[in-house]
Design a protein around this ligand. Structure first.
Ligand SMILES: C[S@@+](CC[C@H](N)C(=O)[O-])C[C@H]1O[C@@H](n2cnc3c(N)ncnc32)[C@H](O)[C@@H]1O
Length: 235
């Protein structure tokens, strides 16, 4: 399967992807506790800014977005196809609501839709899911999602576990999926180019925060580990 704006990394079935996350779930959070991950979270938090109204977290995993963005339990629903990831989410954030499934399983209408660290990159029919997101959001709703870019190839933490995903070649093509459905693009930013250009040692010397500040002005956004899309549904 392929599209002009992106490519699949491997043949797969959705069941195989979910099975891979089921197997990873118990160790998942531990993989992202280092200073690099914390700095990534700081950047994402700053880029997202204020989170408004009722929030749907698509591919919520262990509920990371609810924690780093400090989303009140009453405003939050996380959905994920992996039963084991949802089990971990419930253990870590017992006050928040989580459901196994996708957008349609939410059964509600939202003001903010989040999909952080590449979850929708695993969706074989991203266009279908964006249709569902459009149906399940209020006018003026905001979407913020992260999609794997070419800089993640061979370096992605999900690569090493053999989990297939879309790799975005053309961020404008990705943005078009939103504009076609009546969403305005607020911004698209590259994220994580340092994976390619910087060794861990050099990065530590320079300082994580300085590095992240620098990459807001990426000169080669095509090297991005992720593309972050912020879009607003027309009122
Ligand atoms: C890299 S993790 C990110 C989890 C979480 N968003 C975070 O920020 O930590 C990817 C998640 O996407 C989920 N996933 C797999 N296939 C999906 C799909 N088709 N749609 C949405 N999420 C999916 C996985 O089960 C996994 O929990």
């Amino acid at each position: 399967m392929s599209a002009s704006w992106a490519e699949w990394t491997a043949p797969h079935t959705p069941g195989e992807i979910v099975g891979a996350y089921d197997a990873l779930a118990g160790d998942y959070d531990e993989m992202f506790e280092g200073p690099r991950s914390l700095a990534e979270d700081d950047t994402i938090r700053a880029w997202i800014g204020r989170v408004e109204g009722r929030v749907l977290d698509v591919g919520c995993g262990t509920g990371h977005a609810a924690r780093i963005l400090d989303i009140p339990p009453d405003d939050y629903l996380g959905v994920d196809p992996s039963q084991e990831m949802v089990r971990q989410a419930r253990l870590r954030s017992p006050g928040h609501r989580f459901r196994v499934g996708g957008v349609r399983a939410s059964g509600d209408v939202f003001d903010t839709v989040l999909s952080l660290y590449g979850s929708l990159g695993h969706d074989a029919c991203l266009g279908c899911t964006l249709n569902a997101i459009t149906l399940h959001t209020n006018p003026g709703a905001r979407f913020v999602g992260m999609f794997f870019g070419q800089g993640s190839k061979g370096r992605s933490r999900v690569d090493s576990h053999g989990i297939p995903r879309w790799i975005v070649r053309d961020p404008l093509g990705l943005a078009r999926l939103f504009t076609l459905r009546g969403w305005g693009i607020e911004w698209v930013r590259g994220f994580g180019a340092w994976w390619r250009d910087h060794e861990e040692g050099a990065l530590s010397r320079l300082g994580w925060r300085a590095m992240f500040a620098a990459e807001r002005h990426l000169s080669r956004p095509e090297d991005s580990y992720h593309y972050v899309v912020s879009a607003r549904k027309r009122a």
